[in-house]
Write a protein that binds this ligand. Structure first.
Ligand SMILES: Cc1cc2nc3c(=O)[nH]c(=O)nc-3n(C[C@H](O)[C@H](O)[C@H](O)COP(=O)(O)O)c2cc1C
Length: 358
């Protein structure tokens, strides 16, 4: 590869922030929090270490947006108490000192909740439709969610707003709204999980309305000198084989709607960035790029210099999850072009154990 083909170690500017390279640590849930919803110290230290190891951008795990119904996994993190804000504030300071951008991701799990995981023990979703598959955490079917009332919708949006306020107070450079992977916002976006016949369902625009309202409400509390991102995918954690959007036209319609929002970047999540999408000869990032010039992050089986450079042909930042979870030297290995194996998915399960990662 000659220097002209290499983008990975070139800077990238998003508004008032310049990243030193195109390497991002993807959001990874670690389920390590105590009753105070603060992750274990070694989990927080891991994020700082990845910044020290050279990543230009470091995401947190998905933080839960309220205490009633947002949580979908045990021991998830939150950022709405001063104690939580202080804990994360130390992390953002340290990441900044290492010269990287800190990004907080926030989510509501919607119908992916299970009995007892939320203090108020509710499972809510756009419609009363449960996943087809059982919950691997409980070995039992997911509970049938309650279809959200207008009160629920407003309350849940407020949870996103409060969490964003916590993130701003803790000094995060950017905040991401998790609209991917079959969680609540994704459930609204997809006809697979949204059969509402009010203003939040029906057409693509109707199903998009909830995402729009979340973005608009959150933007109001994110100052102009901080960034707001949105993550989207065509696949969900439950019933994984289902295409959440009908076809490439519907995907592009949603991307067009998103590109009109006051957001600063789009993160497209795939399982394999090279795969062609919706029966077309284009990948998810190519289909997205065709619609918008907004800064674009791509993820999915990017594990060495070659795949990283390829992913940047139609995106701006390469996000690494499993490969950077398992290898503290990944950035240096990418720099030297070391031959690296692709991770084995089951190796990543170590993320959910008490074993501190290198
Ligand atoms: C342990 C683990 C936890 C994850 N948690 C999240 C999460 O909290 N939010 C999210 O958007 N994606 C999450 N993901 C998905 C990753 O961000 C990424 O999209 C996916 O692993 C594909 O990238 P990869 O091939 O580099 O692993 C998680 C992945 C792993 C392995």
């Amino acid at each position: 590869m000659n220097a002209a083909e290499s983008r990975l170690f070139t800077p990238f500017t998003i508004k008032n922030f310049t990243l030193k390279n195109r390497i991002g640590v993807a959001p990874m849930t670690r389920t390590s929090g105590n009753t105070d919803s603060i992750p274990r110290q070694d989990v927080l230290d891991f994020l700082v270490r990845r910044a020290r190891n050279g990543a230009g951008m470091v995401y947190t795990e998905a933080l839960v947006t309220d205490y009633e119904s947002a949580q979908g996994y045990p021991r998830q993190a939150r950022i709405t108490t001063q104690k939580q804000i202080d804990a994360w504030g130390k992390v953002t300071d340290a990441i900044r000192q290492e010269g990287a951008m800190s990004v907080l991701q926030m989510f509501h799990c919607g119908r992916m909740a299970y009995e007892g995981v939320n203090p108020a023990n509710r499972s809510i979703a756009p419609s009363a439709i449960a996943p087809q598959q059982d919950n691997p955490l409980t070995g039992a079917p997911y509970p049938l969610p309650e279809a959200m009332s207008q009160f629920d919708i407003e309350h849940v949006i407020n949870g996103f707003v409060e969490t964003a306020r916590g993130a701003v107070a803790a000094g995060f450079d950017a905040i991401e709204i998790h609209g991917a992977h079959g969680y609540l916002i994704s459930q609204f976006l997809s006809a697979y999980t949204n059969s509402r016949n009010d203003g939040y369902g029906g057409s693509t625009e109707g199903r998009y309305r909830f995402a729009h309202e979340v973005i608009q409400a959150v933007r109001k509390v994110v100052p102009a000198d901080r960034l707001l991102f949105f993550r989207i995918s065509n696949w969900g954690i439950a019933d994984m084989a289902v295409s959440l959007f009908a076809d490439a036209a519907e995907w592009q319609k949603v991307i067009r709607l998103l590109s009109a929002e006051p957001i600063d970047a789009l993160s497209v999540s795939t399982y394999n960035f090279q795969e062609k999408a919706f029966g077309t000869d284009q990948t998810m990032s190519e289909l997205t790029r065709e619609i918008t010039d907004m800064p674009l992050f791509i993820c999915g089986k990017i594990y060495d210099r070659k795949t990283a450079e390829e992913s940047l042909a139609s995106a701006d930042i390469a996000l690494f999850a499993k490969s950077i979870l398992l290898n503290p030297d990944l950035v240096e290995d990418l720099r030297t072009g070391k031959e690296l194996p692709c991770y084995k998915s089951e190796e990543a399960n170590i993320a959910y154990t008490d074993t501190p990662l290198p």
